[in-house]
Design a binder for this molecule. Structure first.
Ligand code: NAP
Length: 339
C-alpha cells in the first residue's frame, strides 16, 4: 500500500502541484480545503474524482477539527501549506494572519503529538523570515521579520524546532524563497504583471498590432525589490524530499539568483516589443509599511543533503507564466466574442 498524505491549503498554488506530485508517487492524498460560498478548487479540479484523491473540509485554525482529522487519518505525512500567504495583506489583517499562519501549525503539531506520533510534518516557511538580513541567506542567517506574515511564520518555524526537540516529532521547516507558476494567485505582483501583458497582447491583436491609446496603466509598488524566484513545481519536490530523509531538519530552497521586479517586467513585456515604462504607474499605496529589499537564497544544504536543485530558470518561468495567461486570455476573449 502506498503512503497517505494530508495537504492543508491543497487548493493553493503549491498545494495543487504537491497533490499532483504525490499522486504521481503513488500516495493516497487528502486535501484539506476550507468551506467557501464560491468555488475555490479550480487549481485542483482536474484531480477531483481521481481514485486516490479526496477533499476534506476543514480549517487549520479549528483545533478540534484538526485534532479529529489527524486522529481519523493518521497519515504518514502532513504538509502544512495553509496560510494567509500575502505579505502586504498581512499588514491589514495581522490577527487573522497570526491565527492561520502560527496557530494553524501549532494545532497540527499538537494533534500529531497527541494522536499520530509517527506522522512526518512539513511546515511551509519563507524567506520573509530574514527581513533585511543581507544576502545570500541560508539556514543560519539571522531571522528578523518585517511583516505580520513573517512574524507568524517565525513562530511556526520555532514551533517546528520545539516539537522536534521536545517531543521527537519528525517535523521539518522549509524556508522557501519566492516561487511562482501560472497558478500563482492573481493578487501577487508576478501574476499581476503577466495577466496585464496577456490582456494587452490580445487587445493589440485586435487593434492592428498597436497598443490601444487609452489602455489603463498597471499599478505597482516597489520595482526595485529583489527576489529569488523559482518554479512552484520544483519547490514541492523539495518539500517531499525533506520528509524522506533519515532525520528531520530545516532547509532553504532557492534558485540562488535574485532579480528585481523591474527585471521581471522587462522580460514579461519582451514578447510585445514594448517598453514597460509606458504602461506602469507606481503607487506608494502598494509599498509595504516595512520593506524587505533583497532576498537571495543559498540552497547549498538542500543541494548537498536532498540532492535538490531547481530545474526551471527565471527566464523560462516568466515565459511560461506569460504564455499561460495569453492562452487563457485568448480563450476568454474567444468566448466573449462567441456569446
Ligand atoms: N509561493 C511562494 O512564493 C511562497 C514562498 C514561501 C512560503 N510560502 C508559503 O507556502 C505555502 C503555500 O503557498 P502558496 O503560494 O501555495 O499560497 P496560496 O496559493 O495562497 O495557498 C494558500 C492556501 O491556504 C489556504 N488557507 C488559508 N487559510 C486557511 C485556513 N484557515 N484553513 C485551511 N486552509 C487555509 C487557502 O485556501 P483558500 O483558497 O480558501 O484561501 C489556500 O489554499 C503558504 O504557507 C505560503 O505562506 C509560499
Amino acid at each position: 500500500m502506498g503512503k497517505a498524505a494530508l495537504i492543508t491549503g491543497a487548493n493553493g498554488q503549491d498545494g495543487s502541484y504537491l497533490a499532483e506530485f504525490l499522486l504521481g508517487e503513488g500516495y493516497r492524498v487528502y486535501g484539506l480545503v476550507r468551506r467557501s460560498s464560491t468555488v475555490t478548487t479550480e487549481r485542483i479540479a482536474h484531480l477531483v474524482g481521481q481514485q486516490r484523491f479526496e477533499l476534506i473540509a476543514g480549517d487549520v485554525t479549528d483545533a478540534t477539527g484538526v485534532h479529529r482529522i489527524v486522529q481519523q487519518l493518521r497519515p504518514d505525512e502532513i504538509y502544512n501549506l495553509a496560510a494567509q500567504s500575502h505579505v502586504g495583506v498581512s499588514f491589514d489583517l495581522p490577527s487573522a494572519t497570526i491565527e492561520v499562519n502560527a496557530v494553524g501549525p501549532l494545532n497540527l503539531l499538537e494533534a500529531i503529538r497527541a494522536e499520530s506520533p509517527h506522522t512526518r510534518f512539513y511546515q511551509a516557511g519563507t524567506s520573509e523570515l530574514f527581513g533585511n538580513s543581507p544576502p545570500p541567506q541560508n539556514e543560519n542567517t539571522p531571522m528578523i521579520p518585517r511583516s505580520p506574515y513573517a512574524v507568524a511564520k517565525l513562530a511556526a518555524h520555532s514551533l517546528v524546532r520545539l516539537y522536534r526537540e521536545a517531543y521527537g516529532v519528525f517535523a521539518c521547516a522549509g524556508i522557501l524563497f519566492n516561487h511562482e507558476s501560472p497558478r500563482r494567485g492573481e493578487e501577487f505582483v508576478t501574476r499581476k504583471i503577466t495577466m496585464y501583458v496577456a490582456r494587452l497582447a490580445v487587445a493589440m491583436e485586435n487593434n492592428a498590432g498597436n497598443p490601444p491609446g487609452d489602455w489603463p496603466k498597471l499599478i505597482l509598488g516597489n520595482l526595485d525589490a529583489k527576489r529569488d524566484w523559482s518554479f512552484a513545481g520544483d519547490a514541492v519536490r523539495g518539500m517531499w524530499l525533506m520528509l524522506q530523509q533519515g532525520q528531520p531538519d530545516d532547509f532553504v530552497l532557492a534558485s540562488g539568483e535574485s532579480h528585481s521586479v523591474r527585471e521581471f517586467l522587462e522580460l514579461a513585456f519582451k514578447p510585445l516589443d514594448l517598453d514597460y515604462r509606458d504602461f506602469v504607474r507606481i503607487d506608494p499605496a502598494f509599498f509595504r509599511p516595512a520593506e524587505v529589499n533583497h532576498l537571495c537564497g543559498d540552497a547549498t544544504k538542500a543541494r548537498r543533503v536532498l540532492g535538490w536543485s531547481p530545474q526551471v530558470s527565471f527566464e523560462e518561468l516568466v515565459t511560461r507564466m506569460v504564455e499561460s495567461d495569453m492562452a487563457r486570455e485568448q480563450d476568454c476573449h474567444g468566448l466573449r466574442c462567441a456569446s
